[in-house]
Ligand binder design. Structure first.
Ligand code: SF4
Ligand code: SF4
Length: 418
């Protein structure tokens, strides 16, 4: 896969020190106008119907998630481009709660849809578009956005994976408006545009695969003791000796499914199982790499059809999946807009690092200083890999993770009364 971004510029709506508040109606107008100006400047974006707006709608007790009032410019922009078939949508989550996979079975997604409506992400909300659940075909909207399968299997060389699992509704999108909220995250450490694609666009089993909650089970009744699975395992997690069955080392297994793939040509003795692990921190050290693999894979050939809008305010220690009230850990920063989600995240990492640096040292961290280190996220996650996953991305996929240019749009006017 080669670098596919014809527009590798990041537009930065700089809200630092402005007193910005997303809930303030005056600010909503200012953000609308600033964002619309930026979108009209994006000449390389190719819009194909149907268009999916992919936010994270938060959990019931949360308060720092992104609200739809800050995306009205997107709808005006799409309307001006004569785009008619649009939806907002997100997938179910692997943990329990209003958006849970188990709590929203195929024939009853009431809990998730109710939360989306309460948050204004449905047809009655400020964007006026229906809300669908990307791995629940029953929620697709006839004539607007239709898909039939919970998940779609994508085969290819996706780093650690030969096969990844996208949510059916994510793969049905002609274009994607990836509306991300930057937060820190207990397992991934950093969550923004990449994670919103990788986790948000994956099916339930895809999420388990990224979390390494997806392990091979070996049926000794079918196993031919051929050792192929062991030979192909990229993590040396299957120990095998001639004349014996392979033995799994669960701690080493990354859940990639490669053993299943080779075994299918042999004894069909492997099935991937999901129920045995309850450790959410599993694979914390390499989670960012798996998110890269999934994001690159799920985008597929839609590089020119992807727009990323990353909201860098109300930045919390944990992600919006936490069903609690959280306090921001750094000052609000602004909004990044661009076609390259990897460059967005890399620059967002710089901007949050700068805020942490300023708090401690009372001066700015330059971009060059950021690239050389130190890794300021280590104060929250001692094993954070810093920029190494971006190097992995570049090596594996040839994708550039630094923007060619940052265009800054100042938005300095105080909100109320002006
Ligand atoms: S590839 Fe399949 S049949 Fe061969 S040893 Fe592994 S589990 Fe058994
Ligand atoms: S899923 Fe199979 S191939 Fe992949 S790491 Fe685990 S044991 Fe190895």
């Amino acid at each position: 896969m080669k670098d596919a971004f014809t527009d590798n510029t990041i537009r930065f709506i700089d809200l630092r020190g402005t007193g910005f508040s997303p809930a303030d109606k005056n600010w909503q107008v200012k953000i609308h106008d600033a964002m619309l100006g930026v979108l009209q400047d994006m000449k390389c974006l190719e819009l194909k119907e149907p268009v999916l707006l992919k936010p994270h709608i938060g959990e019931p007790k949360g308060a720092t998630f992104i609200i739809p009032q800050t995306s009205t410019a997107v709808m005006e922009f799409l309307g001006a481009k004569k785009i008619k078939r649009t939806v907002c949508g997100d997938s179910t989550v692997a943990y329990s709660g209003e958006r849970g996979y188990k709590e929203n079975p195929h024939n009853d997604c009431a809990r998730y849809l109710k939360l989306a409506a309460q948050r204004g992400w449905d047809a009655k909300g400020p964007l006026g578009t229906p809300f669908i659940i990307l791995d629940r075909p029953a929620t697709s909207t006839k004539g607007i956005y239709e898909f039939t399968g919970e998940e779609v299997f994508l085969k290819g060389d996706f780093g650690r994976y030969r096969e990844i699992r996208g949510a059916g509704g994510y793969q049905a999108a002609g274009s994607i408006i990836n509306i991300a909220h930057m937060t820190l995250h207990p397992v991934a450490h950093f969550a923004c545009a990449i994670k919103n694609i990788a986790m948000g666009g994956a099916s339930y089993k895809g999420k388990l695969q990224m979390h390494q909650h997806y392990l091979p089970g070996i049926d000794e009744g079918k196993c031919l003791q051929c050792g192929e699975c062991s030979a192909h395992c990229p993590a040396q997690a299957l120990k095998w000796e001639a004349g014996d069955y392979p033995k799994l080392d669960e701690k080493s297994c990354i859940g990639c499914g490669e053993c299943l793939s080779v075994c299918n040509e042999q004894g069909q003795a492997i099935t991937m199982e999901t129920a045995r692990i309850a450790d959410w921190m599993r694979g914390e050290d390499t989670m960012q790499n798996r998110l890269m693999d999934y994001a690159a894979g799920l985008i597929g050939n839609r590089w020119s059809n992807l727009l990323n809008i990353a909201h860098l305010y109300n930045i919390t220690r944990n992600c919006d999946c936490f069903d609690i009230v959280q306090k921001p850990i750094v000052n609000d920063i602004g909004i990044l807009i661009g076609m390259n989600p990897f460059a967005i995240d890399f620059y967002a990492r710089y901007l949050i690092s700068n805020e942490m640096w300023k708090t401690k040292n009372k001066k700015e961290l330059t971009y060059d200083e950021f690239k050389k280190g130190p890794n300021l996220l280590k104060q929250y996650f001692k094993d954070d890999a810093g920029t190494a996953p971006y190097e992995y991305l570049k090596k594996q996929y040839g994708i550039q993770y630094e923007a060619d240019e940052i265009k800054t749009h100042l938005c300095k006017t105080a909100a109320s009364g002006q």
